[in-house]
Design a protein around this ligand. Structure first.
Ligand code: SF4
Length: 69
């Protein structure tokens, strides 16, 4: 199973929660909002972290989508 993850910059408020939960995946961009360093994830532990960040984001800006192949 693979996922794709990204940040909706229109709604991200730069709170840093996703970065605290999954620093392997998310980081601050130069605009102070979050961005995904990696977009396609296959490692199960990292997939779980992306999902945790998705749930924890106060503005639902962390997007996680399963990729079917
Ligand atoms: S948790 Fe949500 S609002 Fe906070 S920095 Fe990450 S994407 Fe932005």
């Amino acid at each position: 199973m693979k996922i794709k993850t990204w940040i909706d910059k229109n709604t991200c408020i730069g709170c840093g929660t996703c970065i605290a939960i999954a620093p392997e995946i998310y980081e601050f961009d130069s605009d102070g909002k979050a961005k995904a360093k990696v977009e396609i994830i296959e490692d199960p532990n990292l997939i779980q972290k992306a999902r945790d960040a998705e749930v924890a984001c106060p503005t639902r800006s962390v997007k996680v989508e399963e990729i079917k192949d």
